[in-house]
Design a protein around this ligand. Structure first.
Ligand SMILES: O=C(O)CCC(=O)C(=O)O
Length: 239
């Protein structure tokens, strides 16, 4: 399987089982401080004030995988937890099919996301799903999702064909393992049908040649941090 043709890499070992258990405790502590409602989708860019998230975003195994996809020079653009609880009202939450870069306002629209499993993620608790090769044709039109419970920022959704839906693959991951996907790859996840939490940390990276051409879906500008290599372009006011 190749990242170029498929648009993703599955099961990258990042943390040992013991290290993953420590990170889960650190996340549990953060979750206890902010509450479940915020932990679900509201923990955006907390690498600025939570050292354990900053360390994960700069973890050598993560950066090594990103370098294979983006080359030697890149920024950390953002970090964001996606936490699906399998109980109560939150049990209907899901992530509609989408492409990450659609509303990020980047030029060129090149980015990758590392999805690091904080909890074990499997089919039952709604692991990530991807449509292999769907990144090749570029950005597709997004509509508004009709089903309630979409965790995405502006309730966006790419409408996919039956054949595409049938070709989707699940990306189950043990805690401490990661997948990596290209910014145009169509991906999403189904509701959590278990009583186990399914938490993943998304780490977004862009090569240094990328600029911000418009504000993102939140009407904001990004504040990326150089995490590997050299910034020869100076497009961003670096933090
Ligand atoms: O965690 C999920 O289920 C989806 C994550 C996602 O959509 C993303 O990484 O952009």
């Amino acid at each position: 399987m190749s990242f170029i043709t498929e648009g993703f890499l599955a099961s990258i070992p990042v943390l040992s089982a013991d290290e993953a258990a420590v990170v889960r405790e650190q996340f549990n502590d953060l979750e206890a401080r902010v509450g479940r409602e915020t932990a679900q989708i509201g923990l955006l860019d907390r690498h600025h004030d939570e050292p354990f998230i900053a360390a994960l975003a700069r973890h050598p195994k993560v950066l090594e995988a990103v370098e294979r996809a983006l080359g030697p020079d890149f920024f950390l653009l953002a970090t964001h937890f996606f936490c699906k609880y399998g109980e109560g009202e939150a049990a209907s939450t899901f992530v509609a099919w989408h492409q990450d870069v659609t509303y990020w306002g980047l030029e060129p629209a090149t980015a990758v996301t590392v999805w690091l499993a904080i909890d074990d993620a499997d089919e039952e608790n709604g692991c990530m799903r991807v449509i292999p090769g769907s990144h090749v044709a570029g950005i597709r039109e997004h509509a508004t999702a009709q089903q309630a419970g979409n965790l995405l920022s502006i309730n966006q959704e790419v409408l996919v064909t039956q054949d595409e839906e049938a070709s989707a693959v699940n990306l189950p991951l043990k805690a401490g393992f990661a997948s990596l996907h290209e910014g145009c790859l169509i991906h999403g996840s189904l509701p959590n049908r278990s009583t186990r939490r399914r938490c993943g940390l998304t780490l977004r990276y862009v090569p240094t040649e990328v600029k911000q051409s418009t504000t993102n879906s939140q009407g904001k500008r990004w504040h990326p941090t150089l995490v590997r290599g050299i910034d020869r372009y100076r497009h961003w006011t670096e933090e």
